[in-house]
Write a protein that binds this ligand. Sequence first.
Ligand SMILES: *Cc1c(COP(=O)(O)O)cnc(C)c1O
Length: 385
Amino acid sequence: MTQKTHFAPQSLLAQGSPCLQQHDINEKQSLIPPVYNSTTYLRDEDNQYRSGRVYSRADNPTYKAPETLIATLEEAADARIFSSGMAAATAVFLALKPGDHVIAPTIMYWALRNWLRTFGQDFGLHVRFIDTHVDGAVEAALAEHPARLVWLETPGNPLWTVSDIAAIAQSCKKHDALLAVDSTVATPLLTRPLSLGADLVMHSATKYLNGHSDVISGALATTEDSAFWQRIVALRAQNGCVPGPDDAAQLLRGMRTLHLRVRESCESALWLAEQLQENPHVAEVLYPGLPSFAGHEIAKRQMHNGFGGMLSIRLKGGAEQAIKTAARTRLWKRATSLGGVESLIEHRASIEGEGTPVPDDLLRLSVGIEYREDLLRDLEQAFQS
Ligand SMILES: *Cc1c(COP(=O)(O)O)cnc(C)c1O
């Protein structure tokens, strides 16, 4: 599915397709690929399905452009889009077998951690949560007990811990474990997990890929068309965790400006992190782009063109000041989610609830594409009033 091309990611994204000759996507020569709302496909007269499509619970031609684009950006053999990031992530775990061992990070997207603790364990998975960002921790865990799959999230939500994909991939190869990386926050532009040795990469396409907070969607891409990948593809078809065709088209439209949005968000996030470090109300800024940040050296190696648009701040005034600050911002919108053009602020401990590893003085900031000095001024007035 990957298209061999000498064009840069920016060009592919702007065009919305790596197929610069578009015939295979669009035989009617419309500049924008059509949306196929059909749930079913015609059988040939001799009873064959030469189109390769039977029913839209399995596949829809509208997926082809976004899937080919994601596969090409990730340097993947194949990619599939899903009805959500959670649908994509859980498809990986459900393609395992009851009794399989899994290693996952202590710092990760909370809803997936909750799913692993509840449905994942009920399904029969043995899940170990370890500090994957600590040097040698995954190697030690695999040496102690083998695992079928290691799941990483880097930078990891919402402390932005950085896990060393290349080093962990070597451990996984040595111990015969699959490696999957939730790369939602890094986007395909900042980190390419497959080129660092991972087997699978996952995105919540709801976030940066779509970028406009109006589509729920997810994606997986694979380094090879393996039997395990085919199990995931079959699972998507049989469980029906596919996006609607209109959402797939909207996702593609969002992706066409991914490079511009991500560049702006990264530059603003770095600038804000530097400014906020100096602020008397702020105890600590968590951002992989800061030289003082624990994961900075690994981030410099595995992230390119920026350190992402996500940062967190811890307030000297504790939980109370954090909640009050979020209540007083005007430009920053108080909402969950991330990766949209609008900047969002959130007190994570409130949403994650009991058992969260997130300190209660922490605010998570998703930096959008507004004028960055307005974003800073809005935070400063919110700290003070
Ligand atoms: C949002 C998110 C998910 C889940 O994606 P949905 O599209 O909301 O299902 C998974 N991982 C990360 C890092 C996320 O931010």
